[in-house]
Ligand binder design. Structure first.
Ligand code: UDP
Ligand code: MG
Length: 310
């Protein structure tokens, strides 16, 4: 019996890319047809262009194509979750529609799982060709920091392009949190993973949905979802500042008893007050960030809302 493999493909305003993606996938599906039976599960993440129409057209002519359409844009993380929930078969691949995740790697992924016994094959791009320098710089810093402060094992340049066995898909689905950071979740669930490397490819059509600000928020989400170290740092800073102020207090006391108390030091006092209130506000803000995530989690809102399924 052939194995069944479902490709989960989130799409947000990708009317131009969908066709190219489908053509590339057809080549791979043809090549693999004796070994694996494929399904393409597109998740239309509330696109406002003609993406959904394109998907319906594809479904008309090819019954391997399936789609889920959201009632609005819920973000790629939600789209991935919905895709995994609806994906059937032994293997599931998550990949972008813009061909930045080369479909030609799929046969190799299947081989690694079937012949070398891996549970999952993940990919990372080894270059960031075609990406603004500043974006690459901050991305590298982000991976460095998150790996030091959390137990989610996140590889620099890791993509969401990954093939998983059913057991791993079920593990990922068992994590039902609302604030999803899929890259971290993949690492957190464990399983034996093989990393494939490839050169960065530029998107085939359309443009990236990620502004610098969106990426920054994504990075913050990742850190907050997978680490409480920032809270520890704030507490430690608090203790250090307390100790420093105690030493300063002793110094003032000794000086006053030895040389009297000339009225001086207003500038330093002003500096101290502004500095300390800055630290306090930062600390409260940080605690607030964690609290806001907890707040959203406790509401237990659905991760996505389906408008149409086909
Ligand atoms: N995407 C999505 N919802 C969003 C943003 C993006 O489903 O809110 C999809 C998008 O259609 C693409 C993938 O996620 O298939 C990656 O997006 P993009 O190519 O813009 O990101 P980049 O490759 O630049 O990181
Ligand atoms: Mg892309």
């Amino acid at each position: 019996m052939n194995k069944i493999c479902t490709c989960v493909v989130p799409c947000f305003n990708e009317e131009d890319a969908v066709g190219f993606f489908y053509e590339e996938m057809c080549k791979v599906m043809e090549e693999e047809k004796d070994r694996t039976q494929f399904a393409l599960l597109f998740v239309d993440d509330g696109s406002c262009d003609r993406t959904l129409e394109r998907l319906k057209e594809l479904k008309e002519k090819d019954d391997r194509v399936k789609f889920i359409s959201f009632s609005r844009n819920f973000g790629k993380e939600a789209a991935l979750y919905a895709g995994l929930e609806h994906a059937e078969g032994n293997y599931v691949v998550t990949m972008d529609v813009d061909l930045q995740d080369p479909p030609r790697l799929i046969p190799e992924m299947i081989r690694l799982i079937e012949e070398e016994g891996y549970d999952s094959v993940a990919t990372r791009r080894v270059s960031r060709k075609g990406e603004p320098m500043i974006r690459s710089f901050f991305a590298r810093k982000f991976y460095h920091i998150i790996n030091r402060i959390s137990d989610a094992d996140i590889v620099d340049g890791a993509r969401d392009f990954r093939m998983m066995k059913r057991s791993m898909v079920n593990a990922v689905l068992s994590i039902k949190e609302y604030n999803r950071f899929t890259k971290g979740i993949f690492g957190w669930v464990g399983f034996r993973t093989k990393w494939l490397e490839f050169e960065n490819v530029e998107r085939v059509a359309g443009e990236t949905k990620w502004s610098f600000w969106k990426l920054f928020r994504y990075a913050m989400e990742g850190i907050i979802a997978f680490s409480t170290v920032p809270l520890t740092i704030v507490s430690i800073v608090g203790v250090i500042v307390c100790m420093a102020s105690f030493l300063y207090f002793m110094f003032v006391l000794v000086r006053a008893s030895m040389v009297g108390n000339p009225v001086a030091g207003w500038p330093s006092l002003a500096c101290l007050i502004t500095f300390l209130s800055g630290i306090q506000l930062m600390g409260i803000g940080l605690v607030g960030l964690y609290l806001s995530k907890t707040y959203l989690e406790t509401k237990k809102r659905p991760i996505y809302i389906t408008k149409e399924i086909g």
